[in-house]
Unconditional design. Structure first.
Length: 278
């Protein structure tokens, strides 16, 4: 009976920690509306550039929809890269990380709360971008199954933020070098994820190799489900891409847990939280 009560208390603390770390991110988004310009205007500028290019090349009309959907999903990628991945580093710089490590709560719960808050706050940005892009460019959708589309979206987001949780520990371990690595990988990820065009354009094997990035499979499957000619431009069948996304969810969440455990052991045994600095 006592063991059962302890387990319930642990789960209650875990849930409260997740909510406690997610809440300020969501509320902060609603209070500070500067993102309406910075996080919406710049993706729209990119979208307009690609749409005008496709129109000049007389590409199929669905490609305009591909651009709008990719522009909306890019909000999640930038949140993961520059907010989620760097969060633990900034917590260390402000002195909060050491308090988290010695607190009774789980570091995994803290990271999950950060990820959940990032998902919810970024979802609002993505909806605004998608709505404006759809209205501006008169995008026509032909969704074959809303619930399958929603399931693909959720799997993609879980895998993506799992990757963000993993890279958060890597940023912390490598300190400022992590920023250089992020800057180095940002353009290739934007390219090979196929934000503004079908990843099938690269060919089968390069597309399969790029599927290690959750956005690649996720957006490819969503386009197949949302646009009339999406299936013709898809890299793999939707069912196969869903299986890949499930595997990516498991892989990145387990990797995040492993790297986080390594970081905690490093802090406890050596009195530091970086392989580079004492």
């Amino acid at each position: 009976m006592e063991t059962k009560v302890i387990k319930q208390d642990c789960w209650r603390l875990f849930a409260r920690t997740v909510i406690g770390r997610a809440y300020p991110r969501v509320v902060g988004t609603l209070r500070d509306l500067n993102w309406l310009f910075f996080d919406v205007f710049f993706p729209l500028v990119n979208m307009i550039g690609y749409v005008l290019t496709y129109q000049a090349l007389k590409a199929p009309q669905e490609y305009v929809g591909f651009v709008v959907l990719g522009g909306a999903m890019s909000a999640f990628w930038f949140n993961v890269l520059w907010s989620m991945s760097t969060q633990l580093y900034w917590e260390k710089e402000t002195g909060n990380l050491s308090l988290y490590i010695v607190s009774p709560t789980s570091m995994m719960a803290i990271l999950l709360g950060m990820a959940l808050g990032g998902m919810l706050s970024t979802a609002l940005r993505a909806v605004v971008i998608l709505g404006i892009g759809t209205w501006l460019f008169h995008v026509q959708y032909a969704v074959t199954s809303f619930w399958v589309l929603f399931a693909v979206f959720m799997l993609m987001i879980i895998a993506l933020y799992g990757m963000g949780m993993m890279t958060a520990s890597l940023f912390l371990l490598f300190n400022r070098e992590g920023w250089h690595i992020a800057n180095l990988f940002e353009p290739p990820v934007m390219l090979f994820s196929g934000f503004y065009f079908p990843v099938k354009t690269f060919g089968f094997w390069p597309g399969v190799a790029a599927s290690i990035i959750p956005l690649t499979m996720g957006m490819d499957a969503m386009r197949q489900l949302a646009f009339p000619s999406g299936e013709a431009t898809g890299l793999l069948p939707v069912r196969t891409e869903i299986i890949v996304l499930v595997g990516l969810c498991v892989f990145y969440l387990l990797a995040a847990r492993w790297f986080l455990a390594y970081m905690e052991k490093l802090a406890i045994r050596q009195g530091k939280i970086s392989d580079r600095l004492s």
